[in-house]
Design a protein around this ligand. Structure first.
Ligand code: SF4
Length: 490
């Protein structure tokens, strides 16, 4: 392939991305697909490889929606694809390594098939160092675009198709809100709905506020209309999505409407289950607890990232709450919703973490009794304040702490699941089990995975399952009956 020159529309700049101004958020409407791009994908296939969190999964659904409006159809085969987009994650270094491995591997395919359009998007493309590395070493890439540029995909694809240069468009802006974007949702059962974008918390280890812009909430009317539409289409579950959903509405200047108000309104829409992710303990207020305690379609599962059980470490992480504040919040939630299932995220081996400080994380875990936890060894991200901190905790110690933490969580998870032995739970049947097509699998309101034998026509339905074999991470049981639709969630 000829050496391509890069055509910069706008390269990323982490310093610019950190700015938080006072300008109003613009709410844009997605344009039509440009005339010359309509039908351009007829008879051609596309593939999107998605890394990272649900925000990325949902962005991929949006990109798929635009590609399908241009006539492309989805494929699982790289060889068949005319467009391959890699939607990347920047949260951990090993996620980045995987992406570069993937880009390197695809060079052979691009050499064999020069007409293939290879694109890189998502959080990694918001990092200057990543864009520069691709420009210098991965000329097989045709297109790089950022998280603020997703709605521009039809225009960028046109540039990439008709230009011999690498197309780069990564805005380091605070972000707009784009409504009316088309979406191809993964299944007809469960849907993700963005309620807000960006994050202003600037936890010192996290790159997200730089890659996703400032906190900006979609208007309630748009969110509620999207959920009503999903209910009309027969979806059984929605998950409201944002980096910090508890900050929803804080950016509205013209009216007072919070996340609790939104949940209260969503509660009245006829969709059987409503979840949300991710919560920030600092913004989790009493009004929200009060609304969640009304239950109905609001499930009794809350993911409440703690990150550490030690107040000094929380302070260095800039989490803006203390161990005591977190435990008080947990106490209030448990009082209002006694059967609540709490899950969390924990980072071990943060720079300077002492054995005593780590033990406070263990004791927090014991005290809260999470049903499960995502646990990670701290990994520095270039451009974040924590990456400049002196890290005197050896990898050996970090690994040993992670092992102890996981052992403790496994014990608690087993105990929690054991308490469900003999109990009958409501399960939304999602499909066949990945390991055995004879077995069906689904989830409880508390998001626990349940496997059981039953006829295939139950897929997509709510059923009762009696738990007879609780395991550490999953539950096995026996199908009892179908749930009367009027009783779902009651
Ligand atoms: S709340 Fe903290 S960890 Fe979560 S996205 Fe924002 S900065 Fe990152």
């Amino acid at each position: 392939m000829d050496e391509k020159m890069a055509r910069y529309f706008q390269p990323p700049d982490l310093k610019a991305a950190k700015k938080r101004g006072k300008e109003e958020i613009s709410v844009l409407q997605f344009d039509q697909i440009p005339q010359e791009m309509r039908g351009i994908g007829e008879g051609k296939r596309y593939m999107i490889k998605t890394y990272g969190c649900q925000m990325n999964v949902h962005d991929s659904e949006t990109m798929a929606g635009m590609l399908e409006l241009m006539g492309y159809t989805m494929t699982e085969s790289e060889e068949d694809a005319a467009v391959i987009l890699i939607n990347t994650c920047a949260i951990r270094e090993n996620a980045e390594d995987k992406v570069f491995g993937e880009i390197g591997r695809l060079k052979t395919l691009k050499t064999e098939k020069p007409e293939l359009i290879l694109g890189v998007c998502g959080c990694m493309s918001q990092e200057e160092s990543v864009v520069n590395r691709i420009l210098q070493k991965h000329q097989q890439v045709d297109l790089i675009f950022g998280t603020h540029n997703i709605h521009r995909l039809p225009h960028l694809l046109r540039e990439a198709l008709f230009s011999k240069e690498m197309v780069v468009e990564v805005w380091s802006k605070e972000g707009d809100i784009v409504e009316n974007l088309p979406k191809v949702r993964e299944d007809g059962l469960k849907a993700w709905v963005n309620i807000m974008y960006g994050c202003d918390k600037f936890c010192t280890y996290c790159i997200v506020p730089y890659t996703r812009g400032k906190e900006r909430s979609r208007r309630p009317v748009d969110v509620l209309a999207e959920i009503r539409e999903l209910a009309r289409k027969g979806y059984q579950e929605v998950t409201l999505l944002g980096q910090n959903v508890n900050a929803y509405g804080k950016d509205f200047t013209d009216h007072d409407y919070t996340f609790a108000d939104l949940m209260d309104d969503v509660r009245q829409i006829g969709i059987p289950r409503v979840r949300f992710t991710t919560s920030h303990p600092r913004d989790f207020d009493d009004h929200l607890i009060e609304v969640l305690a009304k239950r109905g379609n609001l499930v009794e599962h809350i993911h409440l990232p703690a990150q550490s059980g030690n107040s000094a470490i929380l302070k260095i992480m800039a989490r803006k709450y203390t161990r005591e504040h977190y435990l008080e919040l947990v106490r209030k939630i448990k009082k209002a919703i006694p059967d609540v299932v709490l899950t969390t995220d924990i980072i071990v081996g943060f720079p300077g973490e002492t054995e005593e400080q780590f033990e406070e994380t263990l004791s927090l875990m014991k005290e809260v009794e999470y049903d499960s936890a995502f646990t990670f060894i701290y990994s520095p991200r270039e451009g974040t304040p924590a990456a400049k901190m002196k890290d005197d905790v050896s990898m050996e110690v970090k690994k040993e702490r992670l092992h102890r933490l996981n052992q403790l969580q496994d014990e608690i998870s087993r105990k929690k699941n054991e308490a469900l032995r003999g109990r009958t739970v409501e399960v939304l049947v999602e499909g066949e089990s990945k390991k055995n097509p004879e077995i069906l699998s689904g989830r409880t309101r508390t998001n626990k995975l349940v496997n059981f034998r039953g006829p295939k026509h139950l897929i997509g339905q709510f059923v009762h399952v009696r738990i007879d074999e609780p395991l550490t991470w999953t539950l096995k049981g026996e199908w009892v009956d179908k749930v009367d639709s009027r009783q779902v969630g009651s």
